[in-house]
Design a protein around this ligand. Structure first.
Ligand SMILES: Nc1ncnc2c1ncn2[C@@H]1O[C@H](COP(=O)(O)OP(=O)(O)O)[C@@H](O)[C@H]1O
Ligand SMILES: [Mg+2]
Length: 363
């Protein structure tokens, strides 16, 4: 007897700046999925935020373009009526949801909250880890609490800056010096980030970051190797081998990430085993610190001058095509892309089943 096939709802596209990347991820995942075990239902969120649910696939799609579904005016309502079925006592068409979205409305806990309300199992981080991993200021306080080494930083909100720019600029100059990195607290893909070399550039960089968020983080610039570790699991997560990003430009900005195609990955990173072990251990601690589930990629700086390790950030939905860092780190660690998909789906189901037995009110 063969076990019943699971139907996986793949959610991709989305309103964030990473829409195209997400489409590529969906195409990659749908090509790697083992259709002996799974059916796939594509759920495409277009750039306006409208949902479009496709037919159940029992084989890989013909092309990436075929994934850009357009179900017309009523498509969102139709998709929702299928996704919310469980709450009306019907059997769900979909067994588990797999969000393949990055950035705002995908990686920040909002869609995870929607899945919770639908009572649907889903792959990856829950609401808390997603939003904590998205907000660089919150993430840094959690890391500090967990004793993880990080670079020096300052953070403030727009209203504080309007009221007291002079003191804030003074504190940055005094505590961090130049150059420094100025970032909107909530975003990704290096959008809104600038490197400031002096006071005038700092002021411009802050104004720029404030276009993207009401909260800003400023960090000392660290001259470092950028080394990343994959984490996989729920309560007892595992860490992959570390890999290094060698950026094509001064730092890993949007062009270096997505446009010029000249950045490189070195997998495994060419570092000694002690440093590698330290990074893996810190990656697991970072995963715990944000209450991670399923997967995350922990990104570190290894300072060139003294090899000091500092955590930069965690990404709860890291780049996930077959050629992205996270899957390649696991491939090097001995887990193929299809195996990774299997495990992530299983981890999502396990988490749902475990939490399902919990009470949320008194008897
Ligand atoms: N404090 C820093 N020192 C040196 N480089 C930095 C620093 N902060 C960011 N960078 C560079 O900018 C890139 C993007 O910053 P990051 O905080 O990772 O934002 P994102 O969430 O958009 O990936 C990093 O990969 C790195 O190249
Ligand atoms: Mg980053």
């Amino acid at each position: 007897m063969t076990a019943a096939k699971l139907t996986v709802g793949l959610i991709y596209g989305g309103k964030s700046g990473e829409h195209e990347v997400s489409l590529q991820t969906a195409f990659s995942v749908m090509n790697a999925l083992d259709y002996g075990k799974y059916n796939a239902v594509p759920v495409y969120i277009d750039k306006q935020g409208r949902w479009n649910m496709g037919e159940t696939h029992t084989a890989a799609p013909a092309s990436l373009e075929a994934l850009q579904l357009n179900g017309g005016e009523s498509a969102t309502a139709e998709a929702m009526s299928v996704l919310w079925r469980k709450l009306s006592g019907q059997e769900s068409l979909i067994d588990v949801l797999f969000p393949l979205l990055h950035g705002t409305y995908g990686e920040d806990g909002t869609i995870q909250g929607l899945f919770e309300m639908m009572d649907m199992p889903y792959v990856g981080a829950g609401v808390l880890a997603s939003s904590a991993g998205m907000d660089k200021a919150i993430m840094k306080s959690l890391f500090a609490q967990a004793g993880l080494p990080q670079c020096k930083y300052e953070t403030f909100i727009a209203a504080e800056y309007e009221a007291n720019a002079h003191d804030i600029l003074g504190a940055i100059e005094h505590n961090l010096g130049f150059p420094c990195f100025v970032k909107p607290a909530n975003l990704g893909s290096s959008v809104g980030i600038s490197k400031a070399k002096d006071r005038a550039e700092l002021e411009r960089a802050i104004q720029y970051a404030l276009r993207f968020d009401l909260k800003v983080v400023v960090e000392e610039a660290v001259d470092a190797h950028e080394v990343e570790v994959g984490v996989l699991g729920n309560e007892l997560p595992l860490a992959s081998v570390p890999g290094e990003i060698v950026s094509s430009s001064d730092y890993y900005d949007y062009d270096a990430k997505y446009i010029d195609g000249n950045s490189r990955m070195i997998i495994p990173a060419e570092i000694d085993s002690e440093l590698a072990e330290n990074l893996r251990e810190l990656a697991l601690r970072a995963f715990k610190a944000i209450d991670g589930n399923g997967l995350c990629r922990a990104d570190f700086f290894v300072r060139r001058s003294d090899r000091a390790i500092m955590i930069n950030e965690v990404n709860t939905m890291p780049g996930f095509t077959a050629y992205s860092m996270y899957p390649l780190l696991w491939r090097e660690t001995g887990k193929s892309y299809p195996e990774l998909l299997d495990q992530l789906i299983q981890l999502g189901l396990d988490r749902y089943n475990k939490r399902h037995t919990l009470q949320f009110k008194r008897d």
